[in-house]
Design a protein around this ligand. Structure first.
Ligand code: ATP
Ligand code: ZN
Length: 210
């Protein structure tokens, strides 16, 4: 019997709930401390603790068989993986925001404007669908400071409460994508009986909750 590998976030917003759902499936393992791999003692499974951005490609390439990651990261990395199950946590919305004082009223007015983001793929797809051409400026973090510094006219980022937008003089302008954590699988593991068993356990944990 092959030992499966599942990749989850090492630390961050998805870590705790990812560990919790696996524990609720009856799996016994030690949580991440310094070792990046943890062996489940009562199921043929190893847990890899990774940065969330790396998870879709690891699953696509078969380094991990399964993964738990936000839909936003899957779309952004363009990884080819199977979506097995939405997990009901890590929910967030990716939005375009503009300066609170901006008089931009409709999407067409974003034509020719600079938009700062860490999610250029998702943004590009959205703008293309709407027939809008903006200047997408990819930066790796703190995109909210862009407009205030004159780096960009708008931003595209994950927004949860809107507090960060407000404190940077921004206001939400358009919702682009809803995201939550999902279980993904490598394309070649669909018929694996251990995967089926694990998926069934995850589904019963989820339905017991709702
Ligand atoms: P890593 O160190 O693993 O790269 P990170 O800093 O990129 O972590 P987190 O901030 O932990 O990532 O967010 C992980 C995921 O949690 C996001 O990709 C998104 O799917 C989800 N998420 C839910 N709510 C939020 C939020 N308010 N802000 C950011 N991400 C959120
Ligand atoms: Zn990340």
């Amino acid at each position: 019997m092959k030992t499966l590998k599942i990749a989850i976030q090492k630390s961050g917003r998805l870590n705790e709930k990812s560990v919790e759902i696996l524990k609720n499936c009856g799996l016994s393992f030690e949580n991440y401390k310094s070792s990046l791999i943890s062996t489940v003692t009562n199921f043929p499974l190893e847990i890899l603790f990774l940065r969330d951005d790396d998870i879709p490609e690891y699953v696509q390439d078969g380094i991990a068989d399964l993964g738990i990651v936000g839909e936003n990261v899957i779309v952004e990395t363009k990884a080819e993986v199977d979506f097995l199950q939405k997990l009901g946590f890590g929910k967030c919305t990716l939005k375009i925001a503009v300066q609170a004082t901006s008089n931009i009223q409709n999407l067409e007015e974003l034509n020719g404007k600079a938009i700062a983001t860490s999610y250029p793929v998702i943004l590009e797809k959205f703008l293309q669908e709407k027939g809008i051409q903006s200047d997408i400026r990819t930066i790796s973090g703190s995109v909210e400071i862009g407009p205030g510094l004159g780096l960009s006219d708008a931003i595209f980022d994950i927004v949860s409460t809107g507090g960060t937008l407000k404190s940077n003089g921004l206001k939400p302008f358009a919702d682009v994508m809803q995201s939550e954590a999902v279980l993904i699988g490598n394309k070649s593991i669909a018929d694996n009986p251990e995967v089926a068993e694990l998926l069934q356990r995850i589904r019963s944990v989820l339905s017991a909750k709702s």
